[in-house]
Design a protein around this ligand. Structure first.
Ligand SMILES: *Cc1c(COP(=O)(O)O)cnc(C)c1O
Length: 464
């Protein structure tokens, strides 16, 4: 099982090497050279097996011979042992044929844990085998940071740098990062948007000498191992429902919804993947109008989706163009230069066969939180609510099950929940430490050189 770059100018890598590298050296994103396919019988089994067992089979197929079955089974079992629901990703009904897929039962209360708890363990194992150290650099719109810290904090061969947009993440999100009691964790509040942070990360990866010297790596959703782990819950949810569902996915960087495309390419029957966005609707516009054009990120009640440039969309374009790397290289260069890209008809048609898109503003988000509360007594978080609003907007007489990915626990975003319902969600015990412990972070202006300087001053020498 080999992984190649969407830009076609990097040598194919094993799963373990791809996991340690994150981004491909030609600036592209890794994808399997050929998608493995699961049989109908295998997929039916994923509904009744323990979640960790389904994950071992699916991730194992994608990992090829990078890890033994025993090691994978041990790491996945350990990853999910810390979840507060033994089903890991339970489905609950909130209306006729309308379900939430609860992905917030991990240590930092957002879906990022589902992949990062596995990734952290595989990463440590692969790094030990290769020897040396690594420098993990991540940009976060709020939830990746704490999930990466929960996965990699305390390891002695990894230094962890997390850039978040200063003042643009919720207080709970910030505290979950800045109260981490680990010497190898360095939080940077960047004076800019998430897109500025992500651009700095990409630019530092492009400084190949520096990147090689400190062994720079990423566990953002540009790391395919995350997509691999996230594809699992599409399989387990569909198997429990017994009919190909519509999945509605609250979307920012397009990683989670692309995991749905990955599941489809591995054989899963899915009626449609609905991309649900907040007012930062670049993905809704490109899918509906065929023009991929980014503007300024605008703060909303669902901050983890306040993203204009959706990195993982490149993966969908790669597949939709039938892996036309020459076109994709050109298209990405054009987009980088002009912030706009018109999709050729063929690519657009291929995307629309698989994806639909809905946009929802803050008012609709609050209304969805209120409606779910009124109809079921449940509190949902504002990201989940963007998905639920999109689901309410679909044809109300859907004949097929509609599954909304519930990406965060409401206690992470108490202000929005209180505004919509008057209720304050009770913080689970694991959140209480973060709400009380002292914070540690560095504020920097959004300047690549400053971030690089911080890394150079922090990572122990010699760099090898
Ligand atoms: C990260 C995140 C999203 C967006 O996921 P992408 O993979 O970036 O599209 C949605 N909701 C929450 C709560 C998140 O943390």
């Amino acid at each position: 099982m080999l992984y190649l770059s969407t830009r076609g100018q990097a040598p194919p890598q094993s799963f373990a090497d791809m996991l340690l590298a994150g981004l491909a050296p030609d600036g592209g994103l890794y994808l399997p050279q050929a998608w493995p396919r699961f049989t109908a019988a295998e997929m039916a089994g994923f509904g009744s097996q323990a979640y960790a067992e389904a994950a071992r089979v699916i991730i194992g197929r994608l990992a090829g011979d990078s890890f033994s079955n025993e090691d994978l089974a041990a790491d996945i079992a350990a990853a999910y042992a810390g979840f507060d629901d033994p089903r890991i990703a339970p489905l609950t009904e909130i209306g006729p044929n309308l379900y939430l897929l609860e992905l917030f039962h991990g240590p930092t209360l957002a879906f990022k844990d589902v992949a990062l708890q596995v990734l952290g363990r595989l990463f440590e194992r692969a790094l030990k085998k290769r020897g040396g150290r690594a420098t993990m650099l991540a940009a976060t719109s709020g939830d990746t940071g704490s999930a990466a810290i929960a996965a990699l904090g305390g390891l002695d061969n990894v230094e962890v740098f997390v850039l978040h947009p200063h003042g643009r993440v919720s207080e709970v999100q910030r505290r979950q990062m800045t109260t981490a009691p680990f010497d190898n964790v360095h939080n940077v509040a960047l004076e800019g948007s998430f897109d500025d942070a992500q651009a700095i990360v990409k630019a530092l990866f492009a400084e190949t000498e520096f990147a090689r010297a400190v062994n720079l790596t990423a566990v953002n959703s540009i790391n395919f191992a995350r997509i691999a782990a996230q594809s699992v819950y599409y399989f387990t949810a569909a198997a429990q429902l017994g009919a190909p569902p519509v999945f509605v996915v609250p979307t920012g960087n397009f990683g989670d919804v692309f995991a749905g495309e990955a599941a489809m390419r591995m054989g899963l029957g899915v009626e449609k993947l609905v991309v649900a966005t907040n007012a930062n609707d670049i993905m809704a516009r490109v899918l509906n109008d065929g023009v991929y054009a980014s503007g300024r990120a605008q703060p909303t009640l669902s901050p983890s989706m306040d993203i204009q440039v959706a990195s993982n969309f490149e993966r969908a374009l790669f597949e939709a163009s039938c892996r036309n790397v020459a076109w994709l290289r050109q298209a990405m260069a054009r987009f980088a230069a002009s912030k706009s890209l018109k999709l050729p008809d063929g690519v657009r048609t291929a995307l629309r066969a698989r994806y639909a898109a809905r946009r929802c503003d803050d008012e609709q988000t609050l209304a969805a939180i209120a409606r779910v509360h009124a109809e079921t007594g449940r509190l949902i978080d504002p990201h989940t609510a963007v998905g639920v609003a999109a689901a309410y907007n679909l044809n109300e007489h859907q004949k097929v099950p509609v599954v909304v990915l519930s990406t965060a626990h409401p206690a992470k975003f108490p202000d929005a929940v209180r505004r919509a319902t008057g209720q304050i969600p009770a913080p689970p015990p694991r959140l209480r430490v973060a709400l009380q412990a002292p914070e540690k972070m560095i504020v920097l202006s959004a300047d690549k050189g400053l971030v690089r300087g911080l890394i150079e001053a922090t990572v122990p020498r010699p760099w090898t």
